[in-house]
Each structure stands twice: as structure tokens, then as C-alpha cells.
Design a binder for this molecule. Structure first.
Ligand SMILES: Cc1cc2nc3c(=O)[nH]c(=O)nc-3n(C[C@H](O)[C@H](O)[C@H](O)COP(=O)(O)OP(=O)(O)OC[C@H]3O[C@@H](n4cnc5c(N)ncnc54)[C@H](O)[C@@H]3O)c2cc1C
Length: 405
């Protein structure tokens, strides 16, 4: 029986687990390691921050989910990976050996890299921050709001688009959902009671898609009087201002940011990453230097943008690559990435974005419709009620066909 370890039970780790679980007890034993008790479904965090949705609907309890399906769950954090010895040291001091390792630890959201964040900044990127933001938003009585992503930097070992921000979809949700809440629910007046400014560190906002989604987003920003500022690299958040690398500042009563993304210190120390700590892989998600290590999701250097949909594509590839190595008859899907996300815009509004322009493909769609909102509800609920299990492949193929229609 081969020992398989999945390090990190987020989108990618759970997807891999569900893909390989039928081999447990036949060819493999699986151990999943994560410091959290619950996997966090991040796409529903904006509803926590701007609609007061209960956090419990974004959480999947790991221990019962995994052990009832034949895996061992260790609630702990990897503090070191000895890739030459196939050994993981955990924070508790325990050691775990593996024949195959999946590194799916996601990216660190480095709030502390932003001066003043802990005192004056807000975010939506994890359960604690999303709930903290809702406490602020529901008592906000008006003023200047500034939202945007900090600049992230990446390694150079693999050929991936070097985006300035990990993904700006959540910024879209922040600006539209907050505007909806303040305008429709709190009855504050745009322009008079509050004003939303958005910044991007990039030359263009939404740099991971083509012109069509950008035009749709731009149109609704204009309708809601949201102003965009390009090429703004965040340096500091103060009590009543936000500052940028070019020396400019903006008055600001509420700053909501996506912090820079980085790799966990444990990976940097273990020297299994590129110069920034992200895992370099080939298109079959094999580590470039260690053949018994696979990686998928935000922690891979190839995942640009850092998106759940990309984590799922890569997780499916990594799982199939292992299964093939174990003698199973499976096709390894190609590493064909695309941006696929549904941007919640408050109320019944949402825009579904599908684009592969970033990778040279022809698809570039944006569908603004209540149907998109229903799809988001359907997808998020499916994930929650099925314990982080993605909808079946045929449902995704049907969605694809519907979109083409
Ligand atoms: C606010 C927000 C909204 C988003 N909305 C969307 C959306 O609508 N659609 C979409 O496709 N994507 C969306 N994303 C992006 C998506 O959530 C991520 O791309 C996705 O979660 C990445 O999956 P992952 O498995 O790589 O990492 P994660 O889901 O972050 O999981 C990583 C796991 O590894 C664990 N871990 C970390 N360090 C260690 C360690 N040392 N040892 C063991 N375990 C460890 C963590 O506890 C965590 O459980 C959104 C992101 C944010 C922040």
C-alpha cells in the first residue's frame, strides 16, 4: 500500500482527495494534514462581509469528512519538508513519511506586509477578516472608501503570466456588493454620503481577462459612480488616508484590500519552491525536481491567476497523474487553464466571466444576469452540502455547453 499525503485541505487538496479516494484500501492509504479544523470555502466570504451571511456556510468540517471516507486526518501544520527523505515534520514535532506527496497549502495572505493594515485596514480573504469587515460595514455611516489589491511578486522558474495582483475578482465583488449594501439596504446616497475609489497595481484592471469582461465591469462601475485608478502600488494604510509607491495618497475612511500573496515560511525553509517559495511543476503537476511530489492550486507557480477554478483543474491533473503512476487506466487532462468565476454584485446581480485570453485562447465572455447569481448560489451550496466535493464533471460540461449557446 503506497502512503499518500495531502498537505492542505482547501480547494485543491479536497478535490484531489475526492478524485483518489476510491483507491483507499486497495492501492493507497491517504493522510490529510491541515492546521484548520474546517476547510474554508473562500468564494462565499464576500457574502459574510457584505451581507452578514453566517460564516458556518463557508466551512466544511475536516475530521468527519475525511475519516468517514477512509483517510487519516492530522490537524497540524507542516513545518518542514525533507524532499530527499520523503519526510514531513509537523509543528507538533511529529514526523510523517510518504511515498507520494501533494502540496496544496494555498498562498499566505500577507496582511503584515502592508504598513498600518492591522490598525486601519480591512479585507475579505479569510474567515476572521471577513467577519471583522462585516462588523465595520454594518456600522459604516458614510465616507470615502478605497478598495484594491496590493502588488504580489512571483518567481521565474516556470513560464506563467506575471500578474501584478493574484486575482482581482474579489475586488469586483467588494466594490459592487458594498455599493449595493450602502445604497439599497442602508439608504445612503452615492456621491453625497459615500464614494468608492478602486485601485489596481496593474496597467489595467482585471488584467487576467480580455476586453469583454473589462468593458462589462467598466460599464457597471460607471453606473455606480466608482472611480478606477491604475498603476497604484499600495504602501500604507493610515487612519484617514491610503498611500502609494508613487508618492500619492487618497483620503480614506474605509480601506478594503487584498494583501500580497506569498508562500508559507515552511516551504521557503524547505527549499522546495522557486525563489519566492511557490512550487515549480510541469503541466502534469509533478514537482520539477522531486518526482514523488505533486502540487496544485494557489501554491503552484503555474497557477496564475490564483483562482479556485485553476486549483480544481490542477487538482484533477495531479490526481490523474498519480493514478496513472499507480497503474490505473486514466486520461491525464491537459493543463489548459481558463478564468471562470462568478462575480457577485449584490442583490440579484452577478456577472459570470469565462476567458482564456490570458493563455492565448479565443474565449472572452461576461454574462451579467440574475441567472449568473443563481449559478453562484447553486455552486456554493453544492460545495457546502457536499463537503467540499465539486459538482460532477458532466455538470461542468453542461455549463460549458450552455455558455456556448
Ligand atoms: C475573497 C475571495 C473570493 C474568492 N472567490 C473565488 C471565486 O468566486 N471563484 C474562484 O474560482 N476562486 C475564488 N477565490 C480564489 C480561491 O478561493 C482560491 O484560489 C482557492 O481557495 C485556492 O485553493 P487551494 O487549495 O490552492 O488553497 P486554499 O483553499 O487556500 O487551501 C489551502 C489549505 O492549506 C492549509 N495549509 C496552509 N499551510 C499549511 C501547512 N504548512 N501545512 C498543512 N496545511 C497547510 C490551509 O489551512 C488551507 O486549508 C477567491 C478568493 C478569495 C480570497
Amino acid at each position: 500500500m503506497k502512503k499518500v499525503v495531502i498537505l492542505g485541505a482547501g480547494f485543491a487538496g479536497l478535490h484531489i482527495f475526492y478524485k483518489i479516494r476510491h483507491l483507499i484500501g486497495k492501492k493507497i492509504e491517504v493522510t490529510v494534514i491541515d492546521p484548520r479544523t474546517h476547510s474554508l470555502l473562500k468564494p462565499s466570504l464576500p457574502e459574510v462581509a457584505f451581507e452578514g451571511a453566517p460564516i458556518s456556510h463557508s466551512l466544511v468540517e475536516l475530521e468527519p469528512t475525511l475519516t468517514s471516507r477512509g483517510a487519516v486526518f492530522i490537524q497540524d501544520e507542516a513545518s518542514h519538508i525533507d524532499a530527499l527523505d520523503s519526510r514531513i515534520e509537523l509543528a507538533s514535532g511529529e514526523t510523517v513519511m510518504y511515498d507520494y506527496l501533494f502540496i496544496t497549502v494555498g498562498a499566505v495572505k500577507d496582511y503584515d506586509a502592508i504598513k498600518g493594515y492591522r490598525e486601519y485596514g480591512y479585507s475579505v480573504c479569510d474567515d476572521k477578516e471577513a467577519q471583522r469587515l462585516w462588523e465595520r460595514v454594518k456600522t459604516f455611516e458614510g465616507g470615502k472608501i478605497v478598495a484594491g489589491a496590493a502588488k504580489s511578486t512571483w518567481g521565474t522558474r516556470v513560464d506563467a503570466p506575471p500578474l501584478s495582483a493574484p486575482c482581482e475578482g474579489p475586488i469586483g465583488e467588494i466594490m459592487f456588493m458594498l455599493d449595493y449594501y450602502l445604497n439599497e439596504d442602508k439608504h445612503l446616497q452615492r456621491g453625497k454620503d459615500y464614494k468608492i475609489d478602486v485601485f489596481t497595481p496593474g496597467e489595467i484592471f482585471f488584467e487576467d481577462v480580455g476586453d469583454t469582461p473589462r468593458e462589462v465591469v467598466g460599464k457597471y462601475m460607471k453606473a455606480r459612480e466608482i472611480t478606477l485608478h491604475n498603476n497604484k502600488v499600495l504602501t500604507e494604510i493610515g487612519k484617514d488616508f491610503i498611500a502609494f509607491e508613487d508618492g500619492t495618497t487618497m483620503p480614506c475612511d474605509l480601506a478594503i484590500v487584498i494583501p500580497p500573496y506569498g508562500a508559507p515560511e515552511a516551504l521557503k525553509r524547505s527549499q522546495v519552491g522557486d525563489e519566492k517559495g511557490f512550487i515549480p511543476t510541469d503541466g502534469q503537476m509533478h514537482h520539477l525536481d522531486y518526482p514523488n511530489i505533486f502540487a496544485a492550486g494557489d501554491i503552484t507557480a503555474l497557477a496564475q491567476p490564483k483562482l479556485g477554478h485553476v486549483a480544481i483543474i490542477q487538482g484533477a491533473i495531479a490526481a490523474a497523474t498519480l493514478m496513472k503512476e499507480l497503474g490505473e487506466e486514466v486520461e491525464i487532462p491537459p493543463h489548459d487553464l481558463e478564468v471562470f468565476c462568478i462575480m457577485n454584485m449584490g442583490g440579484h446581480d452577478a456577472t459570470l466571466i469565462v476567458s482564456d485570453n490570458l493563455y492565448g485562447g479565443p474565449t472572452d465572455k461576461a454574462i451579467y444576469s440574475p441567472l449568473s447569481k443563481m449559478m453562484k448560489w447553486g455552486f456554493d451550496s453544492y460545495l457546502y452540502y457536499n463537503k467540499g466535493h465539486m459538482p460532477p464533471d458532466f455538470a461542468m460540461e453542461m455549463t460549458d455547453k450552455l455558455l456556448k449557446l
